[in-house]
Design a protein around this ligand. Structure first.
Ligand code: GRF
Length: 234
């Protein structure tokens, strides 16, 4: 019988939940023990429920204030005592106190080659820079990072990139990046669960196995000096 992994993960979502689905279906070294959403009707919740995972949507209106809404969500996460909290399209800004309590045990995926293009509408902004920018973008992609206090910041763990094509529309580019996200995110979470990726002495560290796998899958590890600028430099 396959071993049930001890390492536990709670996933936070706000909508579609395709990354959450990929995290559930590619779990090897971890168990997803809960999927929580800041909206009651996030489509991603139903996939988790069908997979037999506790899935809860927190109604903003019933909570009254935003502060109470956040408090309820954090209480829901922390009651499950996960080893790792995974933000997969969670569109609510975290309170600093929550980030502090869960230092380096929260990871997020963002659809850009961070630190470029933090925030929303990354595909549109990248395409605009590809067509009109002073330093034209030639690549786009996604990044998984540990979460710090500011939005889309914190030590970058791994990135996956794809070239931008002349024929790209925002939708086409978004679809290609999403395919990368679905591979990169479970790989990172499996590696953290197996202790092949970790955070020690102010740096993201990788086992030789993680470094070899990243090279095989074409993932970049900025912590090992493999930095992508994403722009044309000549
Ligand atoms: C993804 O593009 C992710 O990078 C961003 O939000 C989107 C969520 O998509 N943070 P999904 O809900 O996982 O399908």
């Amino acid at each position: 019988m396959p071993r049930t992994p001890d390492f536990t993960v709670v996933v936070l979502i706000s909508g579609r939940g395709s990354n959450c689905q990929s995290l559930i279906s590619h779990a090897r070294n971890y168990r997803v023990i809960g999927v929580l959403s800041n909206t009651v009707d996030a489509p991603g919740l139903s996939y988790a429920r069908d997979a037999g995972i506790e899935a809860v949507g927190f109604a903003r209106r019933e909570a009254g204030s935003l502060a109470e809404h956040k408090r309820q969500i954090y209480a829901g996460v922390e009651a499950l005592r996960p080893d790792l909290i995974v933000l997969a399209g969670f569109m609510q800004i975290l309170e600093q106190s929550f980030v502090e309590r869960n230092h380096r045990t929260i990871v997020n995926i963002h659809p850009s080659i961070l630190p470029k293009f933090k925030g929303l509408n990354t595909h549109r902004r990248v395409l605009q820079a590809y067509r009109e920018g002073d330093t034209p973008e030639i690549e786009h992609g996604c990044s998984v990072h540990y979460v710090d206090y500011a939005v889309d910041s914190g030590p970058i763990i791994a990135q996956a990139v794809c070239p931008i094509r002349e024929s790209d529309t925002e939708e086409r580019l978004a679809a290609r990046v999403l395919q990368l996200e679905h591979k990169l995110f479970p790989w990172v979470v499996n590696a953290i669960a197996a202790d092949d990726i970790g955070y020690r002495a102010d740096a993201v560290v990788f086992s030789p196995k993680a470094a070899a796998e990243a090279a095989e899958y074409n993932f970049f590890l900025p912590g090992r000096g493999a930095v992508r600028t994403g722009s044309r430099t000549t």
